[in-house]
Design a binder for this molecule. Structure first.
Ligand code: SAH
Length: 227
């Protein structure tokens, strides 16, 4: 079963929003599973301290390497070959292609930072890969971990009703998606484009391709260059 193991200071956040709708149904049907491990269980002393001040000074706190390694070593099997992703604003950008690759594997290990982040030494010592969900700073890795899980889970066989609706979407062909319409045919004076009501499937396909290209050119010319 595809399994996400999440290391976090806030295990009560999981599965959270992944427990409802399509992902939630997949969870109760055992298509995927999730375990949230509390890093604080390996904290130091009576107060279970997990962080300390940054070497060299400066604001904030840093999650200790010894605490995080103890948590990872206790929670992961040596033979576990799932990718170990450290959520990080400095990481490699997460993409739809990566979601597909992760969804086709055994699952994923996600390590959520908090405060200023984690002691740098843990990254190489435990084979972590830094991954980012975008160019902005979150207060913790948990919401980023959920975003990554959500993007993977919807691709698992059996999670989405119509299997086909996974392959025509934004990014799958290196383009943004064409616009959608549904009833009523006229709404506040706006009509559904005539071609979509024509029943001519070749014409509809051509219109959708042209729209996808137009929208991508307008909004994300970088995607066209990469294509
Ligand atoms: N000092 C760090 C930000 C720390 S934010 C910096 O300047 O890069 C606290 C935690 O939130 C991080 O350790 C990371 O786990 C998570 N986080 C913040 N932004 C993120 C992003 N864009 N993608 C993934 N995780 C992020």
């Amino acid at each position: 079963m595809w399994t996400a193991t999440v290391f976090t200071l806030f295990p009560e956040m999981f599965p959270g929003p992944l427990g409802v709708s399509l992902a939630g149904e997949g969870l109760s049907r055992d298509i995927w599973s999730m375990e949230a491990r509390d890093i604080r269980a390996h904290g130091i002393g009576r107060h279970r301290a997990v962080d300390d001040t940054p070497a060299g000074g400066g604001p904030g706190m840093v999650i200790r390497a010894d605490v995080l390694s103890a948590s990872l070593d206790a929670g992961l099997d040596r033979a576990d070959s799932r990718p170990r992703l450290l959520l990080s604003a400095r990481g490699t950008p997460f993409t739809q292609a990566r979601a597909r690759a992760l969804a086709s594997g055994q699952g994923v290990v996600l390590i959520c930072g908090r405060f200023e982040g984690v002691d740098e030494r843990i990254i190489a010592a435990r084979g972590l890969e830094e991954i980012s969900i975008g160019d902005y700073v979150l207060s913790g890795g948990e919401i980023a971990a959920m975003a990554i899980c959500d993007a993977c889970i919807r691709l698992l066989p059996g999670v989405m009703g119509a299997e086909a609706s996974g392959v025509e979407e934004s990014f799958e062909a290196g383009l943004l998606e064409y616009p959608h319409f549904t009833r009523p045919r006229a709404w506040e004076g706006h009509e559904i484009p005539e071609v979509l009501l024509s029943g001519d499937h070749a014409k509809i396909k051509a219109w959708r391709e042209a729209e996808a290209l137009r929208i991508t050119r307008e909004r994300r010319p970088d995607l066209l260059k990469r294509r």
